[in-house]
Design a protein around this ligand. Structure first.
Ligand code: FAD
Length: 584
């Protein structure tokens, strides 16, 4: 076992981790630990854009952006945080521009902007052009730009290091951050990183669904590690289903396609969104559009022999516009479906896309143990975190914004904390939990296979915890997951070696997915209302009296070793916007 010592350790090299690293490296000795090569992080797959009220092409201001974010999140958003997000968006985009990001331009040479779902002028009057973009490769450009700037700043990366545990130690009755434990893929060696401050920026957890836009690696490792160390997870029942995934595959076709004028049609060729959202139509918020698609399908207006999808129609848009603004996704349609989007509509269905919930933080990125208590030295930013700026439903283009705004804030805050505080002593035998986990998987003679359990998990999540939920489906999910967790105890890996043992790590990742899926289902079962991405057919309306509050889920181990999920709640921060009925 090797021991390393850094002031600040960042877990993850996606947009949030690298934006944090640029700040932290200037202020403290910083290491970035990442299970993927930085430029392979999922941020690089983001397509459509990053929101900021630059008003480059039409009138806009950050206050309208704040309102849209709060309304888009169905009033579960913490409004103080949304205000920071929208205000700091402008500098966040300009910072990236100065770092060298090649945004699309207007004829006058300004950063161009396009429409996106739920982004409006004057509190809902009409759609506004707010998304800054680089064709449909915005995330790729952000990731490359941040990586180049990390190299320039001399950020130290530990690539293909999997963080599997968080070290906390009690000082004067308070649990403080002591470091993390990581597994090195190349050697199978275990490394302890002692740190004064740790930032989790390890991304999302969409892989517990089958039809998803998320990469294979999005297994919620950061959320699971924190949760197992007794920290809460906030609002895990809120998961976003993006309306336009490629039918059956889930591969994303950006909302920018509808921002450029694309239209959704049912089997009769009808532009059905006009019925559900008379003003914003195809650019209503994602939860609204995804429910509308499934309503069309359920009522028999779906397309194809099985009636199980609808069409994204781009055929009325000039081919030059598609080539200039949407080159990647039109190519996806050709490659994966053999369809020519110039002339034929593209079959789509909603796809599991984004975790609104995660590790609770305040606006400095400090991790919260409850409503007010912070865990000294611990930070989280990006999709792993819940600030909460997305509430019950995130607006498109607000995540690339979130990772930049709160990545930067947490990088500064963590490095300042590290400069002002001493190391906390490492707990005794710091690597023991990870060693035991790894060895028991490697030596297991069980008969269960990772791929089979993962498939069963994804099937029950798609069937029971997706766009439409009821008490019965969620109970089914909870009991299926419990059964799968029992089977997981008997899981074994075929590769018993130490070098590049991805088999072993996939088993660890599956354990994370099982824990997080259970938290999602249990939190969803308790929320007897419909809000944003969480839709209960048995409680179809929003209930502000009983549920205008954030869920906080804690893992508790009883004296006899049984594990329970305890749910608590946290108030929503409201500043200037009173909850209203949500119409688009
Ligand atoms: C296909 C797709 C398109 C999208 N398009 C848009 C868009 O146009 N606009 C928008 O705003 N949002 C978009 N999103 C959402 C947005 O891209 C993500 O929410 C955001 O990029 C997440 O950034 P992140 O830095 O939090 O995580 P990621 O970019 O996922 O990075 C996570 C990092 O953590 C590391 N990591 C994970 N686990 C461990 C571990 N155990 N140990 C060490 N390291 C670990 C990984 O190696 C990786 O470097 C899109 C998402 C997808 C999937």
């Amino acid at each position: 076992m090797q021991i390393h010592k850094y002031d600040t350790v960042i877990v993850g090299a996606g947009g949030a981790g690298m934006r944090a690293a640029i700040e932290a490296t200037k202020r403290s000795r910083t290491a970035v630990l990442t299970k993927l090569y930085p430029t392979r992080s999922h941020t690089g797959a983001a397509q459509g854009g990053m929101a900021a009220a630059l008003a480059n092409v039409e009138e806009d201001n950050w206050e309208w952006h704040t309102f849209d974010t709060v309304k888009g999140g169905d009033y579960l958003v913490d409004q103080d945080a949304a205000e920071i997000l929208a205000k700091e968006a402008i500098d966040a985009v300009l910072d990236l521009e100065k770092m060298g990001l090649p945004f699309n331009r207007t004829p006058e040479g300004n950063i161009d902007q396009r429409r996106f779902g739920g982004h409006t002028r004057s509190h809902g009057e009409a759609a506004v052009r707010r998304a800054c973009y680089a064709a449909d490769r915005t995330g790729h450009m952000i990731l490359q730009t941040l990586y180049q700037n990390c190299v320039k700043e001399g950020v130290e990366f530990f690539n293909e290091f999997y963080v599997l545990d968080l070290l906390l130690n009690e000082v004067d009755g308070v649990k403080k951050t002591a470091g993390v434990v990581a597994y090195e893929l190349a050697t199978g060696e275990i490394h302890v990183f002692q740190a004064k401050a740790v930032i989790f920026a390890s991304g999302g957890t969409g892989k517990f669904f089958k039809v998803t836009s998320n990469a294979h690696t999005l297994t919620g490792d950061g959320q699971a590690v924190a949760y197992r160390r007794g920290l809460p997870l906030e609002d895990m029942e809120f998961f976003q289903f993006h309306p336009t995934g490629i039918w059956r595959m889930g591969i994303l076709l950006t909302e920018g396609a509808r921002g450029e004028g694309g239209i959704l049609r049912n089997k009769d060729g009808e532009r059905f969104m006009e019925k559900y959202a008379p003003v914003m139509k195809d650019l209503a918020s994602r939860d609204v559009v995804s429910r509308a698609i499934y309503t069309e399908i359920r009522e028999g207006r779906g397309c194809g022999p099985e009636g199980d999808h609808v069409f994204l129609d781009l055929t009325h848009l000039p081919p030059e516009q598609l080539d200039a603004k949407l080159p990647d996704i039109t190519e996806f349609a050709r490659t994966y479906l053999g369809i020519e989007p110039y002339t034929d509509p593209i079959p789509i269905q909603p796809t599991a896309h984004y975790a609104m919930g995660g590790i609770p933080t305040n606006v400095m990125g400090e991790v919260l143990l409850d409503n007010t208590t912070v865990v000294p030295g611990l930070y989280a930013a990006g999709e792993v975190a819940c600030v909460s700026v997305h509430g019950a439903n995130r607006l498109g283009t607000n995540s690339l914004l979130d990772i930049n705004v709160f990545g930067r804030r947490s990088g500064i805050a963590a490095a300042e904390y590290a400069s002002a505080n001493d190391y906390v002593e490492l707990p005794e035998d710091p690597a023991s939990v990870v060693e035991e986990m790894v060895e028991s998987l490697r030596n297991s003679t069980g008969t269960e296979r990772v791929t089979e359990i993962r498939k069963a998990l994804q099937e029950t999540m798609d069937a029971n915890a997706m766009v439409f939920r009821t008490e019965a489906t969620l109970k089914q999910a909870v009991s299926d997951i419990a059964e799968l967790k029992e089977r997981y105890k008997n899981v074994s890996v075929q590769d018993k070696g130490k070098r590049f043992n991805t088999d072993l790590l996939e088993a660890v990742e599956l354990g994370n997915l099982l824990d997080l899926a259970e938290v999602l289902a249990v939190s969803a079962l308790a929320r007897k209302e419909s809000r944003g991405g969480h839709y209960r057919e048995d409680y179809p309306t929003r209930d502000d009296i009983n549920f205008m509050r954030h869920t906080m889920a804690y893992r508790e181990v009883a004296a006899d070793g049984t594990v329970n999920i305890r749910l608590d709640y946290k108030p929503v921060v409201q500043t200037r916007y009173q909850p209203m009925e949500r119409k688009y």
